[in-house]
Design a binder for this molecule. Structure first.
Ligand code: CMP
Length: 484
């Protein structure tokens, strides 16, 4: 989503300036929510400070309405900038609440209240708090801009609502409570603090019973708060457990998988060294890719998005493999979309001499040895950026050597079908890979024949030695016979 202001007059809701403004309104709303009820129940609502702050809050909230009339909105991903549609949308959704928050209902109500009841008028200032309903929207805009973990936002919002509810209940309790401590100077804590303490002990269902209701109104109030507390307690515990489990979904899924795997290994009595190898493999997957399986995540995306993500994820392998350097975009796309990540553990035979080949591999990280069938001769060692397994695909012959992983190897496999298609479509790549394959075949053949030569020489030498030994023994036997 673009954060640019599309038209000069219309504000983009995701632009930096709009988010800053929303944060300012949010801070002011929170301040109003904390300050106004407190000021009313503490009897300081008649002060000059309260009047000034109240006026300031009204002005900012009024300016916010003007800003909202100029803020475009998104409808099914389309940014709407038409003035009439913006006004209609705002009037339909949020205008009523924003209007209630700025109207001087408190002042107007004094006209209708009798003189003795006029002090109740200040309670209408509490209507400014309806602005609190905007909190969620503002937070989600901040989240869009900052990409914060949703679990942290949920945790923050939950704590926020708990504290705000506790504050409002404390203020309401102060309003209905005939605090006996006011007559008893020994209890020096501020009445608000005592009210907040009572709220917390009641909401959390601790209820020490040191502050108890006396009048009917107080008793009724306590019953309601107790009911809210019981419901809230379960809600909070459930939510926190859920949020904590979701903070790191990848980790909890990985732990769950590990538990299943280890239980299975134990149940099937898998030998210790194999067990260690399997657990080691999962550890490696976790360290190298947080346990995610790229392919399964890509599967859910539409094709064009798959291409973009695959291009991004696999760009490092393209940079690492020398034969891909300077290749056309079309070629890279074709290859990248068909590469599949695979991991091999130390000692694994990735390719076995004599078998039929169905894929070739590119090494993204790690070392492999190209070895003879019996593992006794190492033809070459290949590392990051190298490839192997191309000969069997090119010539449709059995594998001409075995490939053994020396350490953990992150590879990408390319299937035979794609490989053949790429060879036909991109002759330059075909030529380079053929040259490389020929060179490798020659090298391997040379090493094999050299080895054969050495083996033959050794065999001949051994035979000669045996022969001379045999000759010597017959000569000695003849001599012995003669002396006899
Ligand atoms: P392939 O025959 O399909 O399977 C074994 C692979 O080992 C082979 O393809 C080559 O990719 C690789 N290989 C064989 N000989 C050499 C060599 N001398 N140097 C590097 N790689 C080799």
């Amino acid at each position: 989503m673009s954060s640019i202001t599309i038209s000069q007059k219309i504000i983009n809701p995701n632009s930096r300036k709009k988010v800053v403004w929303d944060v300012l309104v949010l801070v002011l709303t929170i301040f109003a929510t904390v300050y106004i009820p407190f000021a009313i129940v503490s009897g300081i609502s008649g002060s000059k400070l309260f009047q000034v702050l109240n006026l300031l809050i009204s002005i900012i909230f009024f300016l916010d309405i003007l800003v909202e009339f100029r803020t475009g909105f998104y409808e099914q991903r389309e940014f709407i900038t038409g003035k009439n549609r913006i006004i209609k949308n705002y009037l339909k959704h949020r205008f009523a609440l924003d209007l209630i928050a700025i109207l001087p209902i408190a002042s107007i109500s004094t006209l209708f209240l009798s003189y003795e009841n006029r002090h109740f008028a200040v309670y209408f200032t509490l209507l400014r708090l309806v602005k609190l309903f905007r909190v969620k929207k503002t937070i989600s805009r901040i989240r869009n801009n900052k990409h914060i973990n949703p679990s942290f936002i949920r945790m923050g919002l939950l704590s926020f609502w708990i504290l705000i509810s506790a504050h409002l209940i404390s203020c309401a309790w102060m309003a209905v409570w005939d605090d006996p401590a006011l007559l008893n100077p020994i209890n020096a804590a501020h009445p608000y603090l005592r009210a907040f303490y009572w709220t917390m002990t009641t909401l959390t269902t601790i209820g020490y019973g040191d502050i108890t209701p006396n009048t009917s109104l107080e008793t009724l109030f306590v019953i309601i708060v107790e009911l809210i507390g019981a419901g809230m307690y379960g809600f909070i515990i459930g939510n926190i457990a859920n949020i904590i489990a979701n903070i790191d979904v990848a980790k909890s899924q990985y732990q769950e998988k590990m538990e299943k795997v280890t239980t299975f290994l134990r149940y099937k009595n898998i030998p210790l060294d194999l067990k260690t190898k399997i657990i080691d493999y999962y550890d490696y997957l976790w360290e190298s890719r947080r346990g995610y399986n790229e392919a399964s995540i890509l599967e859910d995306l539409p094709k064009p998005l798959q291409t973009s993500v695959a291009l991004f994820l696999n760009q490092s392998i393209i940079q690492k493999v020398p034969i891909f350097q300077g290749a056309s975009e079309e070629f890279i796309k074709e290859i990248i979309l068909n590469l599949k990540p695979v991991v091999f553990t130390p000692g694994d035979y990735i390719v076995v001499k004599g078998e039929i080949g169905y894929e070739m591999y590119f090494i993204s990280k790690g070392l492999v040895d190209v070895v003879s069938e019996d593992d006794s001769l190492v033809y070459a060692t290949l590392g990051t950026g190298s490839f192997f397994g191309e000969i069997a695909l090119l010539l449709s012959v059995p594998r001409n050597a075995s490939i053994k992983a020396r350490e953990y190897c992150d590879c990408y496999s390319l299937d035979k079908e794609t490989f053949e298609r790429v060879l036909i479509r991109f002759p330059r790549f075909a030529k380079r890979i053929r040259e490389m394959a020929e060179k490798r075949q020659e090298e391997t053949a040379q090493k094999q024949s050299k080895r054969k030569e050495v083996a033959e020489k050794l065999r001949n030498k051994a035979e000669e030695e045996n022969k001379t030994e045999d000759d010597n023994t017959t000569e000695e036997e003849d001599k012995e016979k003669e002396t006899e």
